[in-house]
Design a protein around this ligand. Structure first.
Ligand SMILES: [Cu+2]
Length: 165
């Protein structure tokens, strides 16, 4: 089950990586409409349209293994654009999901540290850089975000998102 999951993730990462490189070469930043918004639905929401974002939330990541802020409140139906900045000297990520999903994904990353992974609910941010995630929270509940670089989740690099009705 685990290994199968890893294969699927790795394949998805490969496919998305290629699409991303292509989008980049075509000037994704100059023409953001080129990047298609995924229709895939998850228990924690779906990819949002940046043009319809109701607010922007700045998230800081540091080598202290902490996010700033580490707690967020969102209303159901809200589309949030996260601008994620890494002020550290090592790679960090922001991956949104359920606690169970993030925990098992963190375990997978420990077993396969070089596994490429990418999805619309993830931002991989090299030191000193900035990435964005646009996410629509269409279900109420308590969700989390975490860094799945091996060891970081365990070190406490996680935060909570409460989506209220
Ligand atoms: Cu990290």
């Amino acid at each position: 089950m685990r290994v199968q999951g890893a294969t699927v993730l790795a394949l998805a990462a490969l496919a998305m990586g290629a699409a991303d490189v292509q989008a980049h070469n075509e000037g994704r930043h100059a023409n953001p409409k080129k990047k298609e918004i995924s229709a895939e639905r998850h228990p924690w929401g779906r990819e949002g349209d940046p043009a319809k974002a109701s607010r922007t939330v700045l998230v800081g990541m540091a080598d202290t293994m902490r996010y700033t802020p580490s707690q967020l409140e969102v209303r159901r139906g809200e589309t949030v654009k996260f601008v994620v900045t890494n002020s550290g000297k090592t790679m960090h990520e922001m991956v949104i999901g359920t606690e169970a999903e993030l925990k098992s994904h963190a375990e997978l990353m420990k077993k396969f540290p070089n596994m490429e992974h990418d999805a619309p609910y993830m931002a991989h941010v090299p030191p000193g850089e900035r990435e964005t995630i646009t996410w629509t929270f269409d279900k109420a509940g308590t969700f989390m975000y975490g860094c799945l670089v091996p060891g970081h989740w365990e070190a406490g690099m996680k935060g909570t998102i409460v989506v209220s009705n």
